[in-house]
Design a protein around this ligand. Structure first.
Ligand code: ARG
Length: 279
């Protein structure tokens, strides 16, 4: 929650003119998304001082369902009225059309994001009308393997560096991130840490992506990491945590969607029979 508040504070105050980032000094290595790209990206809002402030990202996975991180909503599981969803927007807060929630479902095993299961489903009160600019992202099959050679991108309105907020007009940003092999990622997190190498820091239900100066950051949490499979995009991860942003030996950690896709499908398509294809 602390990281969420940090993002929001500058939006509340009388903002000092912010110098736009130089070309090259980008959002932990990214750039602005084009209008209409990433049509599944949503902004999760919570009310602070009368304003619906961006606290996390999320993705539209069904006309009635948003996938986000559990740590984005953990403090108020039952109170859906504390949150709203803004569907794909180019600049945050520009002509907001907020959609209320009906239900918040936090993964039952979730305890703390560093322990995995950092996932929540948000049901919208009314299904959204899909358009050219508002689309769902496909979830992978359980058997889908995301490999380091795939093209993967993460998107959001989060910080552009550790502790540095995205300046107005808060245009959605994107960055292409390399996926890391799980074991390699665990090794990286042990560099300069006191944890014994026999103790896993990165568990099997997490996915790592990024490299120095190429990462997601605070405020991107809950947002989608998508990879190109054939010629369609599939959601491989949900932004979960990291130590700082874009630091050496500290790649971004994502909740691995394939580990939870059965759990998700139970809610979003309860009537479809189990997938007959085995792989
Ligand atoms: N926990 C952060 C949030 O609430 C996300 C951090 C992601 N960090 C990273 N280095 N990829 O927004």
């Amino acid at each position: 929650m602390i990281c969420l508040l940090l993002l929001t504070l500058p939006l509340l105050g009388n903002s000092v003119p912010v110098i736009q980032g130089k070309k090259g000094a980008k959002i932990v290595g990214g750039n602005e998304a084009k209008e209409g790209e990433w049509p599944w990206q949503v902004s999760l809002r919570a009310k602070f001082g009368g304003y619906w402030i961006h606290i996390c990202g999320g993705s539209l996975i069904h006309p009635s369902w948003i996938l986000t991180a559990a740590h984005c909503v953990e403090s108020a599981q039952m109170d859906t009225s504390r949150y709203m969803i803004q569907l794909r927007q180019q600049n945050l807060y520009e002509d907001d059309e907020l959609v209320p929630l009906e239900k918040i479902i936090i993964h039952p095993e979730y305890d703390h994001y560093m322990a995995g299961s950092d996932l929540a489903l948000l049901k919208l009160q009314c299904p959204v009308q899909l358009t050219n600019t508002i689309q769902t992202i496909t979830l992978p099959e359980v058997s889908q393997i995301f490999t380091p050679d795939m093209e993967c991108w993460v998107t959001g309105w989060g910080n552009i560096k550790t502790g540095v907020h995205l300046p107005p007009p808060y245009t959605l940003r994107q960055v292409q991130v390399p996926l890391l092999d799980a074991q390699k990622c665990d090794e990286e997190y042990h560099v300069g840490a006191y944890t014994s190498s026999s103790v896993k820091i990165i568990t099997d239900d997490m996915l790592c992506a990024g490299k120095p100066n190429v990462d997601s950051c605070q405020g991107d949490s809950g947002g989608p990491l998508v990879c190109k499979v054939g010629d369609s995009w599939k959601q491989a991860g949900v932004v979960s945590w990291g130590l700082g942003c874009g630091l050496p030996h500290r790649p971004g950690i994502y909740t691995r969607v394939t580990s939870y896709v059965d759990w998700i499908n139970k809610y979003i398509s309860p009537c479809s029979s189990a997938n007959p294809a085995r792989g």
